[in-house]
Design a protein around this ligand. Structure first.
Ligand SMILES: O=C(O)CCC(=O)C(=O)O
Length: 237
């Protein structure tokens, strides 16, 4: 199934000026935008099957986390998730919603596209991303836990806001934490470089599957070797 057929463009017409203006205003205000039902209902079963196959080659990451990650170079050429990531209309739509002239795909050969697989007992600690924007696609929720918890725009290039960041990490500023529902087919855009976020502990026999599509405002942004080794257990050949 091509990328255009995966997206519910009746509900979310990617070139609709009024829709983009509404979402861009929401992003400017909230620093996060959630689009439920972005993936067509009928396409979800195929995506779950793809994630189940991909999860067999996932690496159990150790970098500030306890989850399994499938790297960009492990997505086969016929992957539907890869097709969505490499589809320019989606990148251009994200750029407009994020209020940017254009976006670039992250230059990290592993980190540009990830499948995050979280099984019983897995969790992901508070962190910021290395890239400006992440677009996530919720594919399968776990039976319990696995909530995406986010403090939007808690810091900026001009202000590290260390006191608040540390207070959130200590659990003293739950009032700032926004929890997004893990509804399959939901697309979420957020600025992970400035928004402190984590995923709560997963429980139950069903793995949580989320695709993470990374974009940057600058071309050529890559992660360092330490992060690559921790997250993927290897370096590019
Ligand atoms: O799985 C998610 O919802 C977010 C994952 C995430 O923040 C990450 O892998 O850096």
């Amino acid at each position: 199934m091509g990328p255009a057929a995966l997206v519910d463009t009746d509900r979310w017409p990617l070139d609709d000026v009024a829709l983009i203006a509404r979402l861009a205003a929401e992003f400017a205000r909230e620093h996060v935008v959630v689009l439920p039902g972005f993936v067509r209902e009928g396409a979800l079963e195929g995506l779950v099957a793809e994630c189940d196959r991909l999860s067999e080659v996932a690496y159990h990451t150790t970098y500030n986390a306890n989850l399994e990650v499938v790297a960009y170079d492990q997505f086969p050429p016929d992957s539907a998730i890869r097709a969505l990531y490499e589809w320019d209309p989606l990148m251009d739509f994200a750029a407009r919603v994020l209020g940017r002239e254009r976006l670039h795909r992250y230059a990290d050969p592993f980190g540009a596209l990830n499948l995050a697989v979280m099984r019983d007992g897995h969790e992901l600690g508070w962190h910021f991303d290395q890239t400006d924007f992440v677009v996530s696609i919720a594919i399968q929720p776990s039976l319990a836990g696995g909530h995406f918890e986010n403090v939007p725009q808690v810091r900026s290039a001009a202000d590290e806001n260390t006191a608040t960041v540390e207070a959130v990490r200590r659990g003293e500023r739950d009032d700032l934490v926004r929890i997004e529902p893990m509804t399959p087919g939901t697309l979420m855009l957020f600025n992970g470089r400035w928004s402190l976020h984590r995923v709560s502990r997963v429980s139950g026999a069903v793995p949580r599957h989320v695709a993470l599509l990374a974009y940057d405002t600058e071309p050529g942004t890559d992660s360092n070797d330490e992060l690559k080794l921790g997250r993927y257990g290897r370096l590019p050949a």
